[in-house]
Every structure is written in C-alpha cells, then in structure tokens.
Design a protein around this ligand. Structure first.
Ligand SMILES: O=C(CO)[C@H](O)[C@H](O)[C@H](O)CO
Ligand SMILES: [Mn+2]
Length: 289
C-alpha cells in the first residue's frame, strides 16, 4: 500500500501549480502526490516533462483527481456537452499520461459538485454515465490509466452514493481499467458500515481517499480507522491511500468543498506540514503500508 496526499491541502485554487509540491511531499515522507487534473491542459509539454523528472528524482508517484465541469461532462442530457466531455477527457488523459500517471479518480461519469437547483434524473444520468465511461475506457487503457469512479455523498452527487452503487456501476461499464473509488469522508455520511463497504468494493477498489468527518487529516477525529484498516487488509488492497484534507477557507477549493471556517486553527505552512507528517505516520500504522 502506498500513501499519498492531495496537494490541494495547501492551496485555494484547483488551478494552482502542482510541480513545486513534489519535493515537499517527498520530504514529508509520502510515496504519492495527488494532483488536480482540472487545468492540466494548460501546462506546456516542457512543464510536464520537468514535473515528471522531478517525480523520478524524488521517488514520488503521481495520481490525479478531477471534478469535471458542467460545460463538458460525460452524462449530460445534451449531446454536445457529452461530446465536449469526451474531448476534454481525451486531451486530459493524454496530458496525464505524460506524467506517468496510472490513476485518475473522481466523479468522472458526471460533473462536480452537482447543481441541485436543477431537476435530478438519476436513472438517465446513470445510464449516460455508464455509456460515457465505457466510451473513454479503452482510450485510457491504451495510455495505461485506470479510471477510478469516486462514490460521493448525496450533497455532491446523486448517481453513486454507496459502495454497492459504485460496484454496480463499474460492473455495468465492464472494462478492466474502470474501478471503484471510496473516500472515508463520503462513506461516513452514506454507509452503514465502513468495513462492509470496503469489502463490497473488494477487488474492484482502485483508489482510496481518507479524511476525518470534517476533512481534517486522518488521526485528528473520530473515524473508525482500525475498522477501515482491517477491511483494507482483508481485501488485500495494494493501491494508493491518498489523504484528502481540506482545512482552509477561500478560493474555488474552499467554496466547492464548503469550508466556511478555518479548520487549521490558524496554522502556518510549517504547522500544516507537521500535521501532514504526523497523519502519515498514523495512517501507515493503522491502515498498513
Ligand atoms: O472527495 C472529493 C470531493 O468531495 C473528490 O475526491 C475531489 O475533491 C474532487 O474530485 C476534485 O478533485
Ligand atoms: Mn475524495
């Protein structure tokens, strides 16, 4: 099991450059950095080559997270938006592959976060989502990339809220590189049992996000980490466990994640780093790896 952190922990914008964080997370002892792919198409090839080299030099694996935009996503009822979604993914995956990234996770079938001022069509969005992911799966596979479909809580998406729904969706897509992704923050809201949810995902679990119920770093709250670690060991999970803490207010990250109070307790960057390092030690101990 490899342990990582989403660089957005330190940032306010999904557009923030991720290159400089590789050395930082390596120094903190992580194996993996997760980067936001939302704006990767704005990076030049030279920039991507330098980032790839930095990852090699620092012995860091990159994974990617993404929340597709409402203008271009795979399950839209509007065929033009679906086509734009496919084109966006093909360009994004091409650039993601330039960083040797093998895992991209998020609500890839949908857009994020969902706008609930509009009518919800769960059945239609599910069916179009399955078709949309099916339609980009081989493209991703040819680049060596796994598509990890994140199960989110009801306030962020309506299609996949539980591990059982994630498994059903991924089985309908029926492609070897399309997997289920779970996140303890969302599971805490939707699942009856953390252990059962992880066992339900089983061998289909492709990526795993961690965070406390208020999205502080693992170890600062009341998540049942022992139960989670036991279940991950039971299913012989060998993928990445990426902590996804969101503790800062402000910017697009603060508003998309609904961080309306300072969860850092006024921490400066050095203190945020220290919290991440402690949480990594805690995560390795309780989850394995
Ligand atoms: O858990 C999440 C949102 O609540 C997601 O992992 C990411 O934040 C999202 O896909 C954007 O990268
Ligand atoms: Mn997540």
């Amino acid at each position: 099991m490899k342990h990582g952190i989403y660089y957005s922990y330190w940032e306010h914008e999904w557009s923030a450059k991720f290159g400089p964080y590789i050395e930082k997370v390596a120094k903190l002892g992580f194996d993996v950095i997760e980067v936001a792919a939302h704006h990767i198409n704005e990076y030049s090839d030279a920039e991507l080559a330098a980032i790839k080299q930095s990852a090699i030099d620092n012995n860091i694996i990159l994974t990617a997270g993404i929340g597709p935009s409402k203008n271009s996503y795979l399950s839209s009822p509007d065929a033009a938006v679906r086509a734009a979604g496919k084109a966006f993914f093909e360009q994004t995956l091409t650039n993601v592959a330039k960083l040797d990234i093998k895992t991209i996770g998020g609500a890839l079938h949908s857009y994020w976060p969902v706008d609930y001022s509009q009518t919800v069509d769960k059945e239609g969005d599910w069916a179009r989502g399955v078709e949309g992911i099916h339609g980009i799966a081989d493209f991703a596979n040819n680049l060596g990339i796994n598509l990890c479909i994140e199960v989110l809580n009801r306030f962020e998406n309506h299609v996949l809220n539980t591990a059982a729904e994630g498994v059903a969706f991924v089985k309908q897509v029926d492609k070897p590189n399309v997997k289920v992704m779970l996140d303890t923050f969302h599971m805490n809201i939707e699942e009856d049992s953390f252990g059962d949810a992880i066992r339900t995902a089983g061998t289909l679990l492709g990526h795993f996000h961690t965070g406390e119920s208020n999205r502080r770093v693992p170890g600062k709250g009341r998540m049942p980490w022992h139960e989670i670690g036991t279940a991950l060991r039971e299913i012989n999970y060998t993928g990445s466990v990426v902590m996804e803490p969101f503790v800062k207010t402000g910017g697009t990250i603060g508003s998309d994640i609904r961080v309306w109070r300072d969860l850092t307790n006024g921490a400066d960057e050095a203190k945020l780093d220290e919290d991440a390092r402690h949480s990594l030690a805690f995560s390795r101990f309780v989850l394995g790896g």
